[in-house]
Design a protein around this ligand. Structure first.
Ligand SMILES: C[S@@+](CC[C@H](N)C(=O)[O-])C[C@H]1O[C@@H](n2cnc3c(N)ncnc32)[C@H](O)[C@@H]1O
Length: 208
C-alpha cells in the first residue's frame, strides 16, 4: 500500500517533498501518458488542454512533436505549475503554450476553445467528478474529444492505493459519469500493463 502521505503528495504536490514527488512522477507516468496521447490522435494545428498537467512532461512531448498548434495545462499545485512552466517556457514565449494555476472545476478558457483534452491520473482526486467533467466538456468544440486515463477499480488497485485519497471507479462507472457530463459517446480501452492496468476512456462531443 502506498503510504498516505505520498498519496496526498501525488494528489497535489506541496513544498520540498512535493518537488521530489513531482520529479519521480514525471518519469513514472511517461508510459501511460504516451498511450493517452496516442489514443487522443492529435491532428495538425489542434489546440490541446492537459487537465492536471503536473510536471508538464506530456505537454512538452506534444509540443516537441510539432503537430499541435497550441497546448495548455492547468494544475492547482504551485509546485507543478512552476515545473511545467519551466519545461515549456520557450513554447510559452512563442505563444504556443500556456500553463495556468487553477482547478478543473473552473477552467479559464471560453466555451469550445480546445479540439482535444486529456486528464491522466486525476479523476480520483475530484470531489465532484461529474462537475469537473462537464467543465472540461464545456471548453471542447463540437467534434472535440477528451482522453481520460486512470487506473480502474479492482482488488489490486484497492490494495495499492489508500481509499482516503484515491476514489477508484470501475470503467462502467466512469463511462456513466462521462455521458452524464454531456459527452455524446465513450469508448474505453484497458491496457493491461502488468499489475496496474491503465484505462483510457475516449469521450467525444458530436460535431455540429
Ligand atoms: C498523479 S498527478 C498526475 C500528473 C500528470 N497528469 C501525469 O500523468 O503525470 C495528479 C495531478 O492532478 C493535479 N490535480 C489534483 N486535483 C486537481 C483538480 N481538481 N484539477 C486539476 N488538477 C488537479 C495534481 O496537482 C497533480 O499534478
Amino acid at each position: 500500500m502506498k503510504p498516505e502521505w505520498i498519496a496526498r503528495q501525488s494528489s497535489r504536490p506541496r513544498g520540498w517533498l512535493g518537488q521530489i514527488v513531482a520529479r519521480v512522477m514525471s518519469y513514472e507516468t511517461i508510459q501511460v501518458n504516451r498511450i493517452a496521447l496516442d489514443e487522443l490522435e492529435v491532428g495538425a494545428g489542434e489546440s490541446v488542454l492537459d487537465v492536471g498537467c503536473g510536471h508538464g512532461r506530456t505537454l512538452a512531448a506534444l509540443e516537441r512533436e510539432g503537430k499541435a498548434g497550441f497546448v495548455a495545462g492547468i494544475d492547482p499545485s504551485e509546485v507543478m505549475v512552476s515545473l511545467a512552466s519551466r519545461r515549456l517556457h520557450k513554447a510559452m514565449g512563442r505563444g504556443r503554450a500556456e500553463i495556468q494555476h487553477t482547478e478543473s472545476s473552473r477552467i479559464p478558457y471560453e466555451d469550445g476553445r480546445f479540439d482535444a483534452a486529456l486528464a491522466v491520473h486525476v479523476l480520483y482526486f475530484w470531489p465532484d467528478p461529474a462537475a469537473d467533467l462537464a467543465e472540461i466538456r464545456r471548453v471542447l468544440r463540437p467534434g472535440g474529444r477528451l482522453l481520460l486515463g486512470y487506473r480502474p477499480d479492482d482488488a489490486a488497485a484497492r490494495a495499492a492505493l489508500p481509499s482516503s485519497v484515491y476514489a477508484l471507479r470501475s470503467t462502467a462507472e466512469v463511462e456513466k459519469l462521462l455521458l452524464a457530463a454531456g459527452f455524446d459517446s465513450v469508448h474505453t480501452h484497458v491496457h493491461p500493463l502488468g499489475e496496474a492496468p491503465f484505462a483510457c476512456a475516449r469521450a467525444e462531443v458530436l460535431a455540429a
